[in-house]
Design a protein around this ligand. Structure first.
Ligand SMILES: Nc1ncnc2c1ncn2[C@@H]1O[C@H](COP(=O)(O)OP(=O)(O)O)[C@@H](O)[C@H]1O
Ligand SMILES: [Mg+2]
Length: 265
Protein backbone atom coordinates (compact mmCIF):
# COMPACT_ATOMS: atom_id res chain seq x y z
CA UNK A 1 0.00 0.00 0.00
CA UNK A 2 1.50 3.39 -0.91
CA UNK A 3 2.21 5.64 2.02
CA UNK A 4 2.94 9.32 1.74
CA UNK A 5 6.38 10.33 2.89
CA UNK A 6 6.91 12.76 5.76
CA UNK A 7 6.20 16.26 4.52
CA UNK A 8 8.26 19.15 5.84
CA UNK A 9 6.43 21.22 8.43
CA UNK A 10 4.63 24.13 6.79
CA UNK A 11 3.56 25.62 10.10
CA UNK A 12 6.82 26.62 11.72
CA UNK A 13 10.46 27.02 10.99
CA UNK A 14 12.42 23.91 11.82
CA UNK A 15 13.86 25.39 15.00
CA UNK A 16 12.35 22.67 17.17
CA UNK A 17 13.09 19.80 14.82
CA UNK A 18 15.19 16.87 15.99
CA UNK A 19 17.93 15.13 13.98
CA UNK A 20 19.23 11.85 15.30
CA UNK A 21 22.22 10.50 13.40
CA UNK A 22 24.34 7.41 13.82
CA UNK A 23 22.94 6.61 17.25
CA UNK A 24 24.27 3.55 19.05
CA UNK A 25 23.28 2.24 22.48
CA UNK A 26 23.76 -1.07 24.21
CA UNK A 27 22.94 -2.34 27.67
CA UNK A 28 25.28 -5.04 28.87
CA UNK A 29 25.36 -7.70 26.16
CA UNK A 30 23.22 -7.04 23.07
CA UNK A 31 22.94 -3.80 21.10
CA UNK A 32 19.67 -1.90 21.35
CA UNK A 33 20.47 0.72 18.68
CA UNK A 34 23.14 0.56 15.98
CA UNK A 35 23.66 3.32 13.44
CA UNK A 36 20.11 4.58 14.02
CA UNK A 37 19.01 7.82 12.37
CA UNK A 38 15.68 9.65 12.50
CA UNK A 39 14.40 13.11 11.55
CA UNK A 40 11.56 14.49 13.66
CA UNK A 41 9.97 17.63 12.17
CA UNK A 42 9.42 20.69 14.31
CA UNK A 43 5.92 21.99 15.02
CA UNK A 44 4.32 18.59 14.50
CA UNK A 45 3.15 15.66 16.59
CA UNK A 46 5.25 12.53 16.15
CA UNK A 47 4.19 9.29 17.80
CA UNK A 48 6.60 6.41 18.32
CA UNK A 49 5.17 2.91 18.28
CA UNK A 50 6.94 -0.43 18.45
CA UNK A 51 7.22 -3.81 20.16
CA UNK A 52 7.67 -4.09 23.92
CA UNK A 53 11.28 -3.64 24.93
CA UNK A 54 12.42 -2.32 21.53
CA UNK A 55 13.79 0.80 23.19
CA UNK A 56 11.09 3.47 22.89
CA UNK A 57 11.63 4.87 26.39
CA UNK A 58 15.38 4.62 25.98
CA UNK A 59 15.16 6.57 22.71
CA UNK A 60 13.08 9.33 24.31
CA UNK A 61 15.43 9.46 27.29
CA UNK A 62 18.48 9.74 25.05
CA UNK A 63 16.94 12.52 22.94
CA UNK A 64 15.96 14.40 26.10
CA UNK A 65 19.43 13.97 27.58
CA UNK A 66 18.33 11.83 30.52
CA UNK A 67 20.65 8.97 29.60
CA UNK A 68 23.83 9.07 27.50
CA UNK A 69 24.27 7.76 23.96
CA UNK A 70 27.15 5.35 23.33
CA UNK A 71 27.77 7.19 20.07
CA UNK A 72 25.94 9.32 17.54
CA UNK A 73 24.43 12.76 17.70
CA UNK A 74 21.15 14.47 18.52
CA UNK A 75 20.67 18.05 17.28
CA UNK A 76 17.74 20.41 17.60
CA UNK A 77 17.43 22.57 14.49
CA UNK A 78 21.20 22.42 14.34
CA UNK A 79 21.62 23.27 18.02
CA UNK A 80 22.52 21.34 21.13
CA UNK A 81 20.10 20.23 23.83
CA UNK A 82 21.30 22.92 26.23
CA UNK A 83 20.13 25.57 23.75
CA UNK A 84 16.52 24.46 23.60
CA UNK A 85 13.78 24.27 26.23
CA UNK A 86 12.14 20.89 26.60
CA UNK A 87 9.41 19.38 28.75
CA UNK A 88 9.08 15.71 29.71
CA UNK A 89 6.08 13.73 30.91
CA UNK A 90 6.88 10.35 32.45
CA UNK A 91 4.85 7.21 32.03
CA UNK A 92 4.45 6.68 35.74
CA UNK A 93 2.64 9.75 37.05
CA UNK A 94 2.61 8.28 40.56
CA UNK A 95 6.34 8.80 40.89
CA UNK A 96 6.56 11.91 38.74
CA UNK A 97 4.98 14.55 40.97
CA UNK A 98 6.60 15.81 44.18
CA UNK A 99 4.34 14.36 46.89
CA UNK A 100 5.21 17.09 49.39
CA UNK A 101 4.04 19.88 47.07
CA UNK A 102 0.45 20.82 46.35
CA UNK A 103 -0.60 20.29 42.71
CA UNK A 104 -0.37 24.03 42.01
CA UNK A 105 3.17 24.16 43.42
CA UNK A 106 4.16 21.13 41.35
CA UNK A 107 3.00 23.04 38.26
CA UNK A 108 4.99 26.14 39.25
CA UNK A 109 8.08 24.17 40.30
CA UNK A 110 10.08 24.37 37.02
CA UNK A 111 9.75 28.16 37.29
CA UNK A 112 9.94 28.70 41.06
CA UNK A 113 13.01 26.48 41.37
CA UNK A 114 14.88 28.65 38.87
CA UNK A 115 14.19 31.93 40.61
CA UNK A 116 11.18 33.16 38.60
CA UNK A 117 9.17 35.62 40.74
CA UNK A 118 6.13 34.29 42.54
CA UNK A 119 3.95 36.69 40.56
CA UNK A 120 5.24 35.35 37.24
CA UNK A 121 4.78 31.79 38.50
CA UNK A 122 1.20 32.56 39.45
CA UNK A 123 0.44 34.19 36.08
CA UNK A 124 1.86 31.23 34.15
CA UNK A 125 -0.06 28.77 36.33
CA UNK A 126 -3.27 30.74 35.71
CA UNK A 127 -2.61 30.62 31.97
CA UNK A 128 -2.19 26.84 32.10
CA UNK A 129 -5.28 26.40 34.28
CA UNK A 130 -7.27 28.34 31.70
CA UNK A 131 -5.70 26.46 28.78
CA UNK A 132 -6.44 23.06 30.32
CA UNK A 133 -9.82 24.13 31.69
CA UNK A 134 -9.00 22.53 35.04
CA UNK A 135 -12.07 21.68 37.06
CA UNK A 136 -10.55 20.32 40.28
CA UNK A 137 -8.84 21.86 43.28
CA UNK A 138 -5.13 22.37 42.58
CA UNK A 139 -4.51 23.13 46.24
CA UNK A 140 -4.69 19.41 46.90
CA UNK A 141 -1.66 17.19 47.25
CA UNK A 142 -0.97 14.58 44.53
CA UNK A 143 -2.18 11.69 46.71
CA UNK A 144 -5.57 13.39 46.96
CA UNK A 145 -5.99 13.41 43.16
CA UNK A 146 -7.12 10.70 40.74
CA UNK A 147 -4.62 9.21 38.28
CA UNK A 148 -6.02 11.29 35.44
CA UNK A 149 -5.80 14.47 37.53
CA UNK A 150 -2.20 13.68 38.52
CA UNK A 151 -1.19 13.09 34.91
CA UNK A 152 -2.89 16.34 33.88
CA UNK A 153 -0.85 18.14 36.57
CA UNK A 154 2.31 16.45 35.23
CA UNK A 155 1.54 17.69 31.73
CA UNK A 156 0.83 21.21 32.99
CA UNK A 157 4.10 21.17 34.92
CA UNK A 158 5.99 20.05 31.82
CA UNK A 159 4.62 23.07 29.94
CA UNK A 160 5.32 25.64 32.66
CA UNK A 161 8.50 26.91 31.01
CA UNK A 162 6.85 27.11 27.56
CA UNK A 163 9.11 24.41 26.09
CA UNK A 164 9.72 24.18 22.35
CA UNK A 165 9.61 20.38 22.50
CA UNK A 166 7.44 18.21 24.71
CA UNK A 167 8.29 14.54 25.23
CA UNK A 168 5.66 12.17 26.60
CA UNK A 169 6.34 8.51 27.37
CA UNK A 170 3.09 6.54 27.20
CA UNK A 171 1.33 9.27 29.17
CA UNK A 172 -2.07 7.57 29.11
CA UNK A 173 -1.08 3.95 29.66
CA UNK A 174 -2.19 3.84 33.30
CA UNK A 175 -5.31 5.98 32.92
CA UNK A 176 -8.96 5.07 32.53
CA UNK A 177 -10.57 5.59 29.13
CA UNK A 178 -12.49 8.72 30.04
CA UNK A 179 -9.41 10.51 31.42
CA UNK A 180 -7.41 9.41 28.40
CA UNK A 181 -9.88 10.90 25.93
CA UNK A 182 -10.16 14.14 27.84
CA UNK A 183 -6.42 14.69 28.39
CA UNK A 184 -5.59 13.63 24.85
CA UNK A 185 -7.89 16.30 23.43
CA UNK A 186 -6.50 18.93 25.81
CA UNK A 187 -3.03 18.02 24.65
CA UNK A 188 -4.12 18.45 21.04
CA UNK A 189 -5.62 21.87 21.91
CA UNK A 190 -2.32 22.95 23.46
CA UNK A 191 -0.52 21.78 20.35
CA UNK A 192 -2.88 23.76 18.11
CA UNK A 193 -2.52 26.94 20.15
CA UNK A 194 1.24 26.78 20.77
CA UNK A 195 2.72 24.72 17.91
CA UNK A 196 5.00 22.96 20.41
CA UNK A 197 6.80 20.00 18.87
CA UNK A 198 5.38 16.87 20.50
CA UNK A 199 7.18 13.53 20.57
CA UNK A 200 5.11 10.87 22.23
CA UNK A 201 5.59 7.16 22.79
CA UNK A 202 2.23 5.46 22.51
CA UNK A 203 1.20 1.90 23.28
CA UNK A 204 -2.06 2.36 21.40
CA UNK A 205 -1.96 2.42 17.60
CA UNK A 206 -5.38 4.04 17.28
CA UNK A 207 -4.27 6.82 19.61
CA UNK A 208 -1.02 7.25 17.70
CA UNK A 209 -2.81 7.69 14.37
CA UNK A 210 -5.49 9.90 15.99
CA UNK A 211 -2.93 12.35 17.34
CA UNK A 212 0.07 12.16 15.07
CA UNK A 213 1.25 13.91 11.96
CA UNK A 214 3.96 11.23 11.78
CA UNK A 215 3.91 7.72 13.19
CA UNK A 216 7.34 6.17 13.59
CA UNK A 217 7.04 2.38 13.59
CA UNK A 218 10.04 0.64 15.13
CA UNK A 219 11.33 -2.90 14.66
CA UNK A 220 12.46 -5.39 17.29
CA UNK A 221 16.00 -4.92 18.57
CA UNK A 222 18.53 -4.08 17.29
CA UNK A 223 15.98 -1.41 16.66
CA UNK A 224 15.53 0.23 13.29
CA UNK A 225 12.76 2.23 11.70
CA UNK A 226 10.24 -0.07 10.04
CA UNK A 227 8.35 2.86 8.49
CA UNK A 228 7.37 6.45 9.03
CA UNK A 229 3.73 7.03 8.18
CA UNK A 230 2.26 10.49 7.65
CA UNK A 231 -1.32 11.44 8.42
CA UNK A 232 -2.25 14.88 7.16
CA UNK A 233 -5.81 15.25 8.49
CA UNK A 234 -6.68 18.72 9.77
CA UNK A 235 -7.11 19.67 13.41
CA UNK A 236 -8.76 19.59 15.79
CA UNK A 237 -9.26 15.91 15.14
CA UNK A 238 -12.37 14.60 16.83
CA UNK A 239 -13.68 11.06 17.38
CA UNK A 240 -15.46 11.39 14.00
CA UNK A 241 -12.10 10.78 12.42
CA UNK A 242 -12.13 7.20 13.69
CA UNK A 243 -14.42 6.31 10.77
CA UNK A 244 -12.59 8.43 8.18
CA UNK A 245 -11.43 6.10 5.37
CA UNK A 246 -7.87 7.45 5.38
CA UNK A 247 -7.66 7.01 9.17
CA UNK A 248 -8.95 3.44 8.90
CA UNK A 249 -6.53 2.69 6.06
CA UNK A 250 -3.47 4.06 7.87
CA UNK A 251 -4.35 2.33 11.13
CA UNK A 252 -4.76 -1.02 9.35
CA UNK A 253 -1.54 -0.47 7.42
CA UNK A 254 0.38 0.45 10.59
CA UNK A 255 -0.94 -2.68 12.27
CA UNK A 256 0.25 -4.78 9.32
CA UNK A 257 3.73 -3.30 9.55
CA UNK A 258 3.78 -3.83 13.31
CA UNK A 259 2.67 -7.47 12.98
CA UNK A 260 5.22 -8.14 10.28
CA UNK A 261 8.00 -6.72 12.46
CA UNK A 262 6.81 -8.42 15.64
CA UNK A 263 6.81 -11.82 13.90
CA UNK A 264 10.19 -11.39 12.27
CA UNK A 265 12.67 -13.76 13.88
N1 LIG B 1 19.18 0.86 32.55
C1 LIG B 1 19.09 -0.28 31.87
N2 LIG B 1 19.94 -1.31 32.09
C2 LIG B 1 19.88 -2.45 31.38
N3 LIG B 1 18.97 -2.68 30.42
C3 LIG B 1 18.07 -1.70 30.15
C4 LIG B 1 18.09 -0.47 30.87
N4 LIG B 1 17.09 0.32 30.38
C5 LIG B 1 16.48 -0.41 29.43
N5 LIG B 1 17.07 -1.60 29.29
C6 LIG B 1 16.69 -2.65 28.33
O1 LIG B 1 16.61 -2.07 27.05
C7 LIG B 1 15.49 -2.56 26.34
C8 LIG B 1 14.60 -1.42 25.92
O2 LIG B 1 13.98 -0.84 27.07
P1 LIG B 1 12.90 0.32 26.92
O3 LIG B 1 13.52 1.47 26.23
O4 LIG B 1 12.34 0.55 28.28
O5 LIG B 1 11.83 -0.37 25.96
P2 LIG B 1 10.32 0.10 25.59
O6 LIG B 1 10.08 1.46 26.18
O7 LIG B 1 10.30 0.09 24.08
O8 LIG B 1 9.42 -0.96 26.12
C9 LIG B 1 14.80 -3.56 27.27
O9 LIG B 1 15.23 -4.84 26.93
C10 LIG B 1 15.29 -3.17 28.63
O10 LIG B 1 15.34 -4.29 29.47
MG1 LIG C 1 8.76 2.17 27.58
Amino acid sequence: MPVSKAAPSMKKPQEASISITGLAKRFEKSPLYQNFSLEIPGGQITCIFGPNGCGKSTLLNMIAGLIPLDSGQVRFGGRALKDIKIGYVFQNYRDALFPWLRAIDNIKYPLSSTGVSSRQCRLRAEELIHQFDVGFDLNRYPYELSGGQQQLVSIMRSLATKPKILFLDEPFSALDYESTLSIRDKLQDVFISTGVTIVMVSHDLEEAVYLADNIVLLTKRPTQIAEVITFNAGRPRTPNILSDPEFVRLKAYSLDVFRREANRS
